[in-house]
Ligand binder design. Structure first.
Ligand SMILES: Nc1ncnc2c1ncn2[C@@H]1O[C@H](COP(=O)(O)OP(=O)(O)O)[C@@H](O)[C@H]1O
Ligand SMILES: NC(=O)OP(=O)(O)O
Length: 312
């Protein structure tokens, strides 16, 4: 039985242009759940991780708007909140879709902590886009009035960026692995996991950041000995010269080719960059195959009929 770690983008759950209401999130999750259910029914052992960029950014806006009435929560707590709300949505919608197809499965979400380095340079150089998309003018205003750092995100608009430390270790990895072996569908390391630092006694403490979920998924996939890391997003394939003359979709690339394209600047930080980096990391740590593809084409991607495969 093959084990697949499947990473879903937060932008798949709150689509560009939506307000991000919970019914909207559920509707989008239900669509993705169709794709995931196909894998479960086909007999794959499935571990789901998901992003939280739009959702955690919205919580930060809530914090700011309500700060005089209720105390703002630190960013690690906001990440934990999104693990709960998105995990709940995925558990419920995937269960419903599976039931419709005559498959009864229990699905469980882990509140997952991920150890990061307290001296990670990312704490001084925010790169992770969160929250809604703004125009260039709105972004300039926010930089001036609120002191946010804003970046242009892959031609889709401007977004606030927050620190994104690298995931070093998944604290709950053994329990996650056990739950998968027991036959549950598992949701873990949502939003990249809650960033924590560990002292010399092993005690943990939350730190403010949003870990990239593709990098966390690669860590988790290596830890549980997954066969495939499948990153599902809003494009059919990885593209070189993305949005430029000479644009070309790739069916497959080797780790060496991926590294070369990376150096040549084809994969921007905060979007395609971490996905390709996660693929390289997973393969270099012993994984056999990583795939980047469209949300609706999970099964086709695993069968080699869709997406971009990254191989040795
Ligand atoms: N070289 C590239 N190939 C394909 N997509 C790219 C590339 N560079 C940037 N992108 C952008 O990256 C997006 C996927 O990243 P993102 O939206 O952050 O993913 P997620 O689905 O994990 O939230 C695509 O929708 C596309 O706009
Ligand atoms: N945490 C994270 O990587 O979220 P997105 O996938 O939404 O960017």
């Amino acid at each position: 039985m093959q084990t697949v770690v499947l990473a879903l983008g937060g932008n798949a759950i709150t689509r560009v242009g939506e307000r991000g209401t919970f019914p909207e999130q559920l509707k989008n999750i239900a669509k993705v759940a169709e794709s995931i259910a196909e894998l479960v029914i086909a007999g794959y052992r499935v571990l789901i991780t998901h992003g939280n960029g739009p959702q955690v950014g919205n919580l930060l806006i809530k914090n700011e708007l309500a700060k005089d009435v209720v105390p703002p929560m630190p960013l690690d707590v906001c990440v934990a909140n999104t693990q709960g709300s998105l995990g709940y949505g995925i558990q419920q919608q995937l269960r419903n879709v599976l039931l419709e197809k005559g498959c009864e499965k229990e699905i469980v979400t882990f509140v997952t902590q991920v150890v990061v380095d307290p001296h990670d340079p990312a704490f001084y150089n925010p790169t992770k886009p969160v929250g809604p998309f703004y125009t260039a003018e709105e972004a300039r205003q926010m930089e001036k009035t609120r002191g946010y750092r804003m970046v242009e995100d892959s031609g889709r608009g401007w977004r606030r960026v927050v620190p994104s430390p690298r995931p070093l270790a998944i604290v709950e990895r053994k329990a996650i692995r056990k739950a998968l072996e027991e036959g549950f569908v598992v949701i873990a390391a949502g939003g990249g996991g809650i960033p924590v630092v560990q002292d010399e006694k092993g005690h943990l403490k939350g730190v403010e950041g949003v870990i990239d979920k593709d990098l966390a998924a690669a860590r988790l996939a290596s830890d549980i000995g997954a066969d495939v890391l499948l990153m599902l997003t809003s494009v059919r394939k990885v593209i070189i010269n993305f949005g430029r003359p000479g644009q070309k979709e790739l069916d497959c690339m080797t780790v060496e080719e991926a590294k070369r394209y990376f150096k040549e600047g084809h994969f921007p930080p905060g979007s395609m960059g971490p996905k390709v980096e996660a693929a390289i990391t997973f393969l270099e740590q012993g994984g056999q195959k990583a795939i980047i593809g469209l949300l609706e084409e999970a099964r086709e991607a695993l069968q080699g009929q869709a997406g971009t495969a990254i191989v040795h």
